[in-house]
Write a protein that binds this ligand. Structure first.
Ligand code: GLY
Length: 367
């Protein structure tokens, strides 16, 4: 007997961006309060201090919510922390009608999304991303996950939140290095998809961008441009079977660099690792997918001027290579990259040999 199965797609959910969106969330929560779900908020120690008061000011009804607070940092995104939150949910009698609101950067929304996806086989969750990376990338696209040892996002799920509320006001709470880190993901988004967007962004140096007051339209435009591209990509490929891999440009090498730093207990910012990853993968693109060396020089100048250079050691190459073997894009033990054929044009599924990768690192050392 043959049974046919209808595959489940990630459900649609609203992504709301703008100054008034916390009021919209308030309205929505008031409506759902009629059902009396138990409300939980996940924060880290920074967002508890700097963002939760702001959220409560806009949505006083959340005063009744039970708040969990975890430490900051990528090392917190672990099964151990997930277990701690699951136990807290149990001890507060959370049930299937409960709602978990994740208030924080990518670490919090990845972790909270993962916890929600598996607690009682899935409870409702809402993301309120507070970092630039969270707002333009991590909280959008229904990926959840935790790290295993130092390896990033090895365990996780695709789990659609009930909504993503992007309030630009939270950007004001960020230390400048977090903002810088987020701009690396913005640059990546432009490089894989939209040359005009890259021109708009790279017209200014990173230093100049970081000096732009949040009251200026620049920031809203940056959020909108980046989120639009991300949504357009994930809408067509929610489970990363193909085009969503475009978003991994700079990340195969970037994650290896970040994971190694994490393993050595000297963590670096995701964006700094991705900036270095984009340079190395840019060099691979010149070799493998015909990126014009002049365009590569343009990319390289802007990134190096803004992000500087990480002190990568040649003797770590073997261990970085080993870490790249864990990349989720790989098949048949071959390391696969998303590369560029030009500015604004990413190309997925590019196998590169260890020699080519080593050569790209070599170019990075001598920049
Ligand atoms: N951050 C990459 C993705 O969401 O697919």
């Amino acid at each position: 007997m043959k049974l046919s199965v209808r595959t489940v797609n990630t459900s649609k959910y609203p992504v709301l961006i703008g100054d008034g969106i916390l009021e919209q969330l308030r309205k929505r929560l008031k409506e759902s309060r009629k059902l009396k779900p138990k409300l939980f908020i996940l924060t880290d120690s920074n967002t508890n201090r700097f963002c939760l008061p702001e959220l409560l000011k806009h949505i006083p009804e959340l005063e009744d919510a039970i708040v969990f607070t975890v430490d900051t940092g990528e090392e917190v995104k672990s099964l151990r922390t997930a277990e701690y939150i699951w136990k807290e949910l149990v001890s507060h009698q959370a049930d299937r009608s409960s709602l978990l609101i994740n208030l924080g950067g990518g670490m919090v929304t990845d972790l909270g999304g993962f916890v929600a996806s598996s607690f009682h086989r899935g409870i409702d969750t809402i993301h309120i991303p507070t970092s630039l990376i969270g707002q333009i990338d991590a909280a959008i696209g229904a990926k959840t996950g935790v790290n295993i040892d130092a390896l990033k996002n090895q365990v996780g799920s695709f789990y659609a939140p009930k909504g993503v509320y992007v309030w630009p006001g939270f950007l004001k709470t960020l230390p400048v290095e977090q903002l810088r880190s987020g701009i690396a993901e913005v640059a990546k988004t432009a490089l894989i998809r939209d040359e005009q967007f890259w021109r708009w962004l790279s017209r200014k140096s990173l230093q100049k961008i970081l000096e732009i007051p949040f009251s200026e339209n620049f920031w809203k435009e940056l959020l909108l441009k980046t989120i639009r591209i991300k949504l357009e990509i994930v809408r067509h490929d929610p489970f990363e079977r193909n085009q969503r891999q475009l978003l991994n440009f700079g990340h195969t090498i970037g994650h290896a660099i970040e994971s190694l730093a994490l393993r050595r207990e000297t963590p670096i910012l995701h964006g700094d690792a991705v900036a270095a990853g984009m340079l190395c993968e840019g060099f691979l693109s010149v070799q493998r997918t015909g990126l014009d060396p002049l365009q590569m020089a343009e990319i390289s100048n802007w990134i190096i001027r803004g992000f500087g250079k990480l002190p990568l050691l040649q003797e770590d190459e073997a261990v970085r290579m080993d870490m790249m073997q864990h990349d989720k894009k790989n098949r048949q033990q071959k390391i696969r990259f998303t590369l560029l054929t030009g500015i604004g044009k990413g190309k997925i599924n590019q196998v590169c040999s260890p020699d080519l990768i080593s050569d790209a690192f070599g170019k990075y050392y001598t920049l």
